[in-house]
Design a protein around this ligand. Structure first.
Ligand code: PLP
Length: 479
């Protein structure tokens, strides 16, 4: 592309993004399209000849935009957020312009050294122990897989790496422990690491859906008696369904006693630890071997950006380092080569957007935004508690509220649980069908729950109020 053409369309695209961010509220939050609607508009064969940029941008608006669910809409309350911000978007643009591959120090010294620096800033912001060193991964799923592989290799003396699962390390199964509420990425990681889903031991949870350490202790003890090899425990700080907080200290003490690797999955909730008043959620984190949280969820940094920390950098590099001649450099002993910190060789220069975000907002700016989200979620929780028609389904320690429609909650008789599940599913569809808000669901204790998470950059009180209005209205119209 000619530089002048790039400049012209570059300006047009930046203009478009600026307007989009300003006017995003005008869109339906959840794309209303049906399966196949987008695909039908895309030619089945690739273009033989180049097309003008005007036509491509016109199709972006015509074909793609209607099929977008607006994650950065202030009334997006679904899943966990993937929030973004101006400084992060600008850094992404610069990254795309530079087109850097941050695989080695030599392949861009600034990318490596900035990554080391911003990861250490994050470590300090969250109050993680001094000894933790970090690398940016694409997602928490990848970081958890890395932790599981490190745990496997530490336990087997790096023999699975060298001779495979059926080789010198073969023997009784390795066991991994996580609560019943742990994210599906733990099971996926266990499968990929060759441990096997059957060797993922699901530990019971208490009434607040947090891991019960006594059950963990009992299950590890039972496994040892049966001759299994306990390998790793994954504790979740902020479970996906309800942001339940597994107690790290007792879990860490059990892990230490039995030589288990403790990995902490704080994908969403880790961000909250930048608030001094929320630090308690990480009490005991000094007992962890590794830790992950996603600035791409709740720290205004564009997807993808997942911060993976480990207190044993040498175990990480011993697990992942494979050094062919063509990747060797004279400086290998003096520098960090992040290719040895994970699965992929080529790596995006993600540190730049974190640097922009952390500098632009500063710690106090980030803290103020998270405090707003937490207080809005608390306010929403209060509305649910006061309502005659809805009830709370789990504690609300952070920014996520699980609740359901149940006007019969205080009545002597009402619909059975299956009928309540069905009514709440129908209510969810009605609410999301309005296009005004987007919330999702989960199951807790087997029951279908509505789930609202406050975490978008532009979300204000009026948006949360509107969500409650839409939900109440849908409840009334369903009666
Ligand atoms: N862990 C928890 C607790 C999560 O809630 C999620 C996603 O929401 C993940 C892991 C997976 O995150 P990612 O999409 O970064 O792999």
């Amino acid at each position: 592309m000619d530089p002048d053409v790039f400049r012209r369309f570059g300006h047009e695209v930046v203009e478009w993004v600026a307007e989009y961010l300003r006017d995003v509220e005008r869109y339906h939050v959840l794309s209303p399209l049906r399966p196949g609607d987008v695909r039908r508009k895309i030619p089945p064969a690739p273009p033989g000849r180049g097309e003008p940029m005007d036509a491509i941008l016109a199709d972006f608006k015509e074909v793609i935009l209607p099929g977008i669910t607006h994650w950065n809409h202030p009334r997006f309350f679904a899943y966990f957020p993937a929030n973004n911000s101006g400084p992060s978007i600008l850094a992404e643009l610069l990254c795309a312009g530079l087109g850097v591959n941050a695989m080695l120090w030599q392949s861009s010294p600034a990318a490596t050294e900035l990554e080391e620096a911003v990861m250490d800033w994050l470590r300090q912001m969250l109050g993680l122990p001094d000894g933790f060193r970090g690398a940016i991964q694409d997602t928490a799923s990848t970081a958890t897989l890395c932790a599981l592989l490190c745990a496997r290799e530490r336990l087997t003396g790096f023999q699975v790496n060298s001779s495979g699962l059926g080789g010198a390390a073969a023997g009784s199964p390795l066991r991994v422990y996580a609560s019943r509420e742990a994210h599906s990425s733990v099971e996926k990681g266990v499968r990929i690491a060759g441990v096997g889903s059957e060797n993922l031991v699901l530990v019971s949870v208490d009434g607040a859906y947090a891991m019960d350490p006594r059950d963990l202790e009992a299950r590890v003890g039972e496994d040892l008696r049966r001759g299994f090899r306990p390998c790793c425990v994954v504790a979740t700080v902020g479970t996906t369904s309800s942001t339940a907080l597994d107690p790290l200290r007792p879990i860490g003490e059990i892990a230490r006693r039995h030589g288990l690797w403790l990995h902490v999955d704080a994908a969403l909730a880790g961000s909250a630890a930048i608030l001094p008043e929320m630090r308690w959620i990480l009490d005991g984190v000094e007992l962890a071997d590794s830790f992950v949280f996603n600035p791409h969820k709740w720290l205004f940094t564009n997807f993808d950006c997942s911060a993976f920390f480990c207190r044993h950098p040498e175990t990480v590099t011993a697990t992942f380092s494979v050094l062919p001649e063509y990747l060797k450099t004279d400086l290998d002993r003096q520098v960090t080569n992040f290719r040895d910190w994970g699965i992929q060789l080529g790596r995006r220069f993600r540190a730049l957007k974190l640097w922009f975000v952390l500098r632009y907002y500063g710690l106090d700016g980030l803290q103020a935004r998270l405090r707003t989200h937490l207080s809005l979620a608390r306010e929403f929780k209060g509305w649910v508690e006061e309502s005659q028609d809805f009830e709370l389904m789990a504690p609300v320690p952070l920014n996520t509220v699980c609740f359901r429609f149940n006007p019969w909650k205080d009545a002597a008789a009402g619909p059975d649980e299956e009928e309540l599940d069905r009514m709440n599913k129908a209510l969810l569809d009605r609410v999301n069908g309005t296009g005004r808000i987007f919330i999702t669901h989960t199951r807790l204790g087997g029951r279908f729950c509505l789930r609202l998470c406050v975490g978008q950059t532009q979300t204000q009180r009026r948006h949360v109020q509107e969500a409650w209005d839409v939900i109440e209205e849908a409840g009334r119209s369903g009666c």
